[in-house]
Design a protein around this ligand. Structure first.
Ligand SMILES: C[S@@+](CC[C@H](N)C(=O)[O-])C[C@H]1O[C@@H](n2cnc3c(N)ncnc32)[C@H](O)[C@@H]1O
Length: 348
């Protein structure tokens, strides 16, 4: 992948950071997601809420089930290993006219179609029927959508691109009028010296999903922060990498080898949704799952553990206890429970 990136730069000039990310993550032959195995999972590079506990999918299923009816379609975008869809589909039963797994990775789509034969797996939005009513779920997808990288410099913006010098990838500066105008509008006047992401891809994704259906409910869950919070981040914590459950890999030295991600900009999502005429509310994962009944599930699991212990069923007790521990992890305010949930609605 490194050779491929360098030849591309030598032939075409420096790559914008979103173009670099697109190659590193989604190249079909060498990209982190585009090629190779299914990424989220205990054996892979990081775990996500649905990998931690099936209760994530079940509780989201309760949310989706309430919104079903009238020939609605259910879509999970960025479906990964299918670990969210499996319990979700058990929960919603046949309430939806069709269930789609939208996933860019071939390996992930193959796993989903093997394990969940009733689900239609697709790689692009234009394979999902347009119009009508849709319920869309995206967990930890938006943080992976390619973003541009820029520095606040006085009253202006300087963009970071990826160049190559003597076979080594380096960061280079340039100025781009269009990006500066976008950033003035969407990010505003943060302090000079702040390294910021311009999440143009997130903005486009939100608009595309809202525009895809006549009536739509979208639930986005991700690590996210406001522009003001992001402007306060140390520069070395803006672009994050994951590989083998560890973070901090040099993405320039290891293109295609590590995940590249960032906190989703809450203001970008909210502005994109509102500019399409949608309403948007935000909450955190803990509150969202508690509203869907996570607390009574937790009580039942704890009671079940006690019952099994009284019956001398040590294995049953351990199973109930570990299910409860995993569900608690989804609610942990300092971890997954602190993720942001965006609930977007249009035409309903
Ligand atoms: C961090 S993983 C999350 C997977 C899953 N949602 C979960 O929570 O375990 C992000 C997934 O989104 C997929 N992905 C990235 N960009 C995509 C896009 N534009 N359309 C569909 N899938 C995409 C990746 O291949 C990867 O499987």
């Amino acid at each position: 992948m490194k050779r491929q990136v360098i030849s591309h730069i030598e032939a075409n000039g420096p790559l914008r950071f979103d173009e670099f990310m697109e190659m590193c993550l989604y190249d079909p032959e060498a990209g982190f997601y585009g090629a190779g195995g299914v990424r989220p999972g205990e054996q892979a590079d990081f775990v996500t809420s649905p990998e931690v506990s099936p209760w994530f999918g079940r509780l989201l299923g309760r949310w989706a089930a309430k919104l079903s009816g009238g020939n609605s379609l259910l879509v999970e975008a960025g479906a990964g290993s299918g670990s969210l869809l499996e319990p979700l589909v058990d929960e919603v039963g046949d309430r939806f006219a069709g269930v789609y797994a939208l996933e860019i990775s071939t390996a992930a789509r193959e796993t989903i179609s093997r394990q969940l034969p009733g689900i239609v797996d697709v790689s692009r939005w234009d394979e999902v029927p347009r119009g009508g009513r849709g319920v869309v779920i995206a967990n930890e997808l938006l943080d992976n959508l390619p973003f541009r990288l820029l520095d606040r410099h006085g009253d202006d913006w300087i963009e970071y691109c990826v160049g190559a010098i003597d076979g080594t990838l380096t960061m280079e500066h340039r100025r781009d009028d269009e990006l500066a105008a976008w950033s003035d509008r969407e990010i505003g006047a943060v302090s000079p010296g702040c390294l910021m992401t311009a999440q143009v891809g997130v903005s486009r994704w939100v608009a595309d999903v809202i525009g895809h259906f006549d009536e739509v409910h979208v639930c986005i869950v991700d690590y996210a922060a406001t522009t003001d919070e992001l402007a306060g981040r140390p520069r070395n914590d803006v672009v994050r990498t994951y590989y083998g459950h560890r973070t901090g890999f040099d993405f320039l030295a290891n293109p295609g080898v590590t995940d590249i991600t960032t906190d989703v900009n809450i203001d970008t999502v909210v502005r994109a949704a509102r500019s399409c005429g949608a309403t948007v509310t935000t909450t955190d994962q803990r509150s969202f799952l508690l509203d869907l009944g996570a607390d009574s599930v937790l009580e039942e699991l704890v009671d079940q553990g006690h019952e099994r212990a009284r019956a001398g069923d040590t294995m049953g007790q351990l199973v109930a206890r570990s299910e409860a521990t995993n569900l608690r992890a989804l609610l942990d305010p300092g971890g997954l429970g602190g993720f942001t949930v965006f609930l977007i609605e249009k035409g309903t």
